[in-house]
Design a protein around this ligand. Structure first.
Ligand SMILES: [Zn+2]
Length: 394
């Protein structure tokens, strides 16, 4: 079929039995990735997995490019050319995990109860393995790929993606669509069509220290001031709008008999709509001290825009659910509070579908695991979706 002007588009449904037969290979591939530990904060360890992945993608005909990083693993970009050109489909993910080096000793990768267990197996090493298997099958079906695919695997997603964000955004801008292989949602493996945006703010109160017995009235308690501010901040929560503020950390005071001169709170802010970003930022920065002897210093901002369910996102979900239907299952969609790098690409207006990765539970926890029997249809879904996006773009 390659070389002819006509592209044959195999039916996704014909593929599920193929993927069924390859299930054990897929599990083995995921196990290999899990057993190369890749904490975000250990460049040397992360780079080992980056190099291993580069070899795997190169063996499939991809062109490797590492974006060097001084403190994190080098971010891995792989380009697969398409004989007819066009904008690539971007397969997006991360190869870092939240688990410190040595976690495998207490949390070994193993199969039991129909699941594969281990650190990072769900978030998101199974997602990377799905990318590999989808590209392998597309090459087997089409010969040379008809249209390009770009893979981007960053190594700092679990710590905020500061060093990789510009790479993700640059590649997204050139892409027809972005498919994010982060874990799916819930036991039925829903994809994610909306994610909240995330911000972090620090509020520092400076008051005046004094002896709590001798000079009580000369002091200005930063702790009392902060307590009032926290009450005010809690009132900004608007669940209907999907706007939440959580004061997650509080610190203040030096000794029990000293009126505290300093107190600090750190808060996590989540927004469902981009237009709420500026409003909540303004509101927080406009906080005024209740006690005029105290001063406030407010720092921070929204660092991940929300992924909103735009028409482009909805259209991708439609395509995915049609494929799932042909494979005999109903693919759900979910709006979640957590962010991913899909927030950046969706924030640019590029059609993005997230949560296409493994089905399981316990991300970032000791019971992190994936359901093995779900793997074949996830692979078939991803493969079919890439073809459907290609087909729509010709
Ligand atoms: Zn993740």
């Amino acid at each position: 079929m390659s070389g002819s002007s006509k592209t044959v588009w195999p039916e996704a449904v014909n593929r599920s039995s193929y993927f069924d037969e390859r299930k054990d290979d897929l599990v083995e591939c995921i196990r290999q990735l899990v057993e190369i530990e890749s904490p975000s904060d250990n460049k040397q360890a992360a780079d080992r997995l980056g190099t291993f992945l580069a070899e795997k993608f190169e063996a499939l005909g991809g062109k490797i490019r590492f974006h060097k990083s001084a403190s994190f693993g080098d971010h891995l970009q792989v380009d697969f050319a398409g004989r007819r050109g066009g904008n690539p489909v971007l397969l997006l993910g991360h190869y870092d995990t939240v688990y410190p080096l040595g976690t495998l000793a207490n949390m070994p990768c193993h199969v039991s109860d129909g699941r594969l267990w281990g650190p990072g197996v769900l978030d998101m090493k199974s997602g990377i393995a799905l990318m590999l298997t989808a590209i392998e099958v597309l090459r087997a079906s089409h010969g040379d790929l008809p249209h390009p695919i770009t893979v981007l695997l960053v190594s700092d997603e679990e710590v905020g993606s500061d060093s990789s964000r510009h790479i993700t955004e640059n590649l997204a801008k050139q892409s027809a669509a972005v498919l994010v292989l982060e874990p799916s949602y819930g036991p039925r493996g829903a994809v994610k069509t909306a994610r909240k945006g995330i911000g972090e703010y620090t509020i520092k109160v400076t008051g005046k220290a004094a002896h709590s017995g001798l000079d009580f009235e000369k002091g200005a308690s930063a702790v009392v001031e902060l307590a009032k501010q926290i009450t005010k901040i809690s009132q900004m929560v608007d669940l209907k709008r999907g706007l939440t503020l959580n004061v997650g950390l509080v610190q203040g005071g030096t000794r029990v008999n000293v009126i505290p001169a300093e107190a600090t709170a750190v808060l996590d802010v989540r927004i469902a709509k981009m237009k709420d970003a500026a409003a909540i930022d303004r509101e927080l920065r406009a906080l005024k001290p209740f006690n005029r002897k105290c001063t406030l210093e407010i720092n921070g901002g929204i660092n991940r825009p929300p992924m909103e369910r735009t028409a482009g996102v909805a259209a991708l979900y439609e395509k995915a659910s049609e494929i799932a239907k042909r494979l005999g299952w109903k693919l759900g969609e979910a709006a979640v509070g957590g962010g991913s790098d899909g927030n950046f690409t969706a924030g640019l207006g590029i059609p993005t579908l997230d949560g296409l990765g493994g089905v399981g539970e316990g991300a970032h926890a000791t019971h992190e695991s994936i359901v093995i029997s779900e793997l074949p249809r996830r692979a078939a879904l991803l493969t079919g979706l890439i073809e459907k996006i290609w087909r729509a773009s010709v």
